[in-house]
Design a protein around this ligand. Sequence first.
Ligand code: SD4
Length: 339
Amino acid sequence: MKRRQFIKHTSLTGVGLAVGSSILGCDDTNSKKITEDHKSVITDLKSLPLVIATWGVKDATSKAMEVLQAGGNALDAVEQGCRIEEANEKGQSVGKGGLPDRDGNVTLDACIMDKHGNCGAVVYLKNITHAVSVARKVMEDTPHVMLAGEGALQFAISQGFEPEELLTEASKSAWEKWKVEAKYKPIINIENHDTIGMLAIDKNGDISGACTTSGLAYKMAGRVGDSPIIGSGLFVDNEIGAAVATGLGEEVVKTVGSFLVVELMRQGKSPQEACEEAIHRIVKKPNSNYKDFQVGYIAVNKKGETGSYSIHQWFSMTKFQDGVNEQIQSDFYNKTDHS
Ligand code: SD4
């Protein structure tokens, strides 16, 4: 996948909520009439619904947009969108076909968060492809926020999820090659795509998000990253906006990254500025060895503005808005090593 083109992409579209949700789905005739009188309003009308996701996952954003266009809510959209990549065996960092831990076990982490601030998560889940849907069940059908390991698996089975082998031939053979040298070093970017984090705003202007991953390839058995941790891998505040992270989870957890991005937006920063500041918190730490790892954030605010930023080049965001489903290269911090 070529990621040669660099596009700075702070979206300035969308102040939809200012004009009220009732007209967001209005027909063309109304749009034109309003446009003639108030030129700025046309952007607003076009801006919602919208969906963004980490990396190049147009099939996933397309599925989410299909749900949103049909009048579905943002929660259904992000779950359905993530399921596309979980089922895609070619993606080796999510769901079925994910790369295993050092011992050859595929273990999944996922979480989901709705417009009310409800959330659910699963960690170290084995043998169930759709971890994001199990996370949703945890949120909706238990008094808890997070289930781990065997308990998460048993819960999933009790909810009708079918256990299956998640280690595909391709991932098994990649693991066997890795075992020859067994170097334990996080890879900066996995070209193709990586952890999928997805954020959506529906026609009512409500926000939800989800995040799903098989975590770092060849991690230590039992290791859990940022992706299922509310506030680190994902955070949604329906009054302000939402953010989701990808990359070396340990670094995201240490800075409670997604919560930080949302709080920065609460203080008035745009999604782009907030993502940049959250990355700066990581790279500007004394003795930060940021040259050795990647972290990327994407964010959306209540107005439908979006942003993304990473430490290194080649992080991207897929965005579906105004009928355009596109992969956009992210701006990044470390320009000196990528000039
Ligand atoms: C983790 N953040 O488990 C995930 C993995 C990831 O790019 O996003 N890799 O740390």
